[in-house]
Write a protein that binds this ligand. Structure first.
Ligand code: ZN
Length: 502
């Protein structure tokens, strides 16, 4: 028998082993599992998930946490040990409040809703999906009640962004809306300034995928501690410090899908590979939050990957792969093309500027549903009205409107959208801090030297894993709380210049 902390580490290691097994099976399910294997796989995942949950919320862990708390009370807040006990306590107290029958009901509701959502989207039949959304709203409210909140259920569901509140989000989004809506209007008046036609054509998949893998390797993603496969929706999944995997997708007609999808996922992967191995097999071996994770993918995808110096470096290599297709464009033209702004209906295809408005719309609708201001049957009308107000486009049908995302099929995914916008905001605030420390960043990027940037992120963000909340991390790294003005200033400068608005 070791100390309380040793015993706690041992049982958390067992929970983590079960979770790693779940992640390997999930990765397999999204990549190579034959259709016939899904039914059996569901049962395995459910058994392993229940085992991991039961062990984590057990009285044994509660007692070990108490003993460990006494042992680490004199340790530094930043130490791995004090952080482990602090974060595990927070997670465990929340998980213990959620009754296991509610966990089961949420899983069943999601399993039932996902295929209905697929069919409803195909037929563009919102009424078919509505009862499932109503059920997921009800389950989310019960989950929020169980976790506890003062006046706003969304607050309880925001536990994936520790420290963030609904009212803070509202302030952030109002600021964004006031900046973006007029910017989009000004850009629309000069829509012809950017021509993106060079991105469409016939681009064989093999060279595309080879190119993007070369790019992400130079950014810092290690193929010795990871791999890249193909899936319908790209994702990153970390098994353990030596095995952080990515997937990508590729389109023969559209050059940007694989390139920016791959760079995006590599940002997640580089983060995962950079978390201190000393935190493995604990709840700290993860990103600080979904928003912070997204800040890393978007920093690489947008702030670096869609920058002028980046394409000054890479365009020649890409053009050599597709000499006929890209004969009429140069690095500058390509940089402009990949930054074209055009209001559109589908979130996952949105450009950098309009993207946050898609998130704002979902945040407002979810919050109105949870607080009883909006009825489930009225969602498509509310959706379309907001699309017209924010983006000036109206979905012709529900498939291109309120049915486009799979997220509302999952009871556990209500309140998960804001993380995408938080990621954008955090990435711009981090970049401002990076530029102070690396004044030659643009020259380095143009020379294909991504090491200094990687070193900065490793030291200040990645290695800490989940030790700090997003607010704690930002304060340590930038000396400030989250401030949306960094992203707004970045967008106004970049797109003002691109579209000649100033
Ligand atoms: Zn992402």
């Amino acid at each position: 028998m070791g100390s309380g902390l040793d015993q706690l580490r041992e049982v958390l290691g067992e929970v983590s082993d079960l979770q790693e097994a779940i992640r390997v099976l999930l990765w397999d399910q999204e990549t190579y599992l034959p259709a016939g294997g899904f039914e059996g796989r569901g049962a395995v995942l459910s058994t392993l998930g229940r085992r991991a949950h039961d062990l984590f919320v057990s009285d044994q862990v509660t007692r070990q946490l108490e003993a460990a708390e006494a042992e680490v009370s004199s340790l530094d807040f930043d130490s791995d040990e004090a952080s482990l006990v602090r974060v595990t306590r927070r997670d465990q107290e929340r998980e213990r409040r959620i009754p296991s029958e509610l966990v089961g009901e949420m899983a069943e509701a999601s399993t039932a809703a996902a295929p209905v959502w697929r069919e409803a989207r195909e037929k563009s039949d919102y009424a078919m999906f509505a009862p499932h959304l109503a059920r997921n709203v009800e389950l989310s409210l019960r989950r929020a009640e169980a976790i506890g909140f003062e006046s706003r259920p969304f607050d309880a569901l925001l536990f994936t962004e520790p420290g963030m509140t609904t009212s803070q989000l509202e302030v952030i989004f109002v600021g964004l809306k006031e900046a973006i809506v007029p910017l989009v209007k000004k850009i629309a008046a000069k829509a012809d300034a950017v021509d993106a036609s060079c991105l469409q054509g016939d681009f064989p998949e093999g060279p595309q995928l080879g190119f993007v893998n070369t790019v992400i390797k130079s950014l810092g993603y290690s193929f010795e501690q990871g791999r890249m496969d193909i899936s319908t929706h790209p994702f990153m999944i970390g098994m353990n410090p030596g095995d952080v995997r990515l997937t990508n997708r590729v389109s023969r007609d559209l050059l940007t899908m694989a390139i920016f999808g791959g760079i995006h996922e590599s940002g997640h992967g580089i983060y995962g590979q950079g978390i201190s191995a000393a935190l493995a097999r604990t709840p700290l071996w993860e990103g600080a939050s979904n928003g912070v994770h997204e800040s890393q993918s978007r920093l690489y995808e947008n702030l670096i990957g869609r920058s002028r110096p980046f394409w000054k470096h890479w365009f020649g290599e890409l053009q050599a792969l597709f000499p006929k297709q890209l004969a009429k464009v140069d690095a500058e033209g390509f940089y402009r093309a990949v930054n074209r702004v055009a209001p559109s209906l589908i979130r996952v295809e949105a450009d950098e500027v309009t993207y946050n408005l898609h998130i704002l719309l979902r945040f407002e609708i979810e919050n109105d549903l949870l607080e009883g201001r909006l009825r489930v049957e009225d969602v498509p009308d509310a959706w379309n009205a907001k699309m017209v107000e924010y983006l000036g486009v109206e979905p012709p049908n529900a498939a291109e409107g309120s049915l486009q995302d799979i997220h509302w099929s999952f009871a556990g995914e209500l309140a998960s959208f804001p993380a995408y916008s938080l990621g954008n905001l955090i990435s711009a605030q981090l970049l401002a801090a990076i530029r102070k420390d690396l004044p030659d960043l643009d020259d380095q990027v143009e020379a294909g030297e991504f090491g200094p940037l990687l070193g900065w992120l490793r030291e200040r963000v990645h290695r800490h894993g989940r030790k700090f909340t997003p607010a704690e991390l930002l304060l340590r790294v930038t000396g400030q709380e989250l401030d949306a003005r960094y992203w707004v200033a970045y967008a106004e400068r970049k797109f003002g210049e691109l579209y000649g608005l100033n």
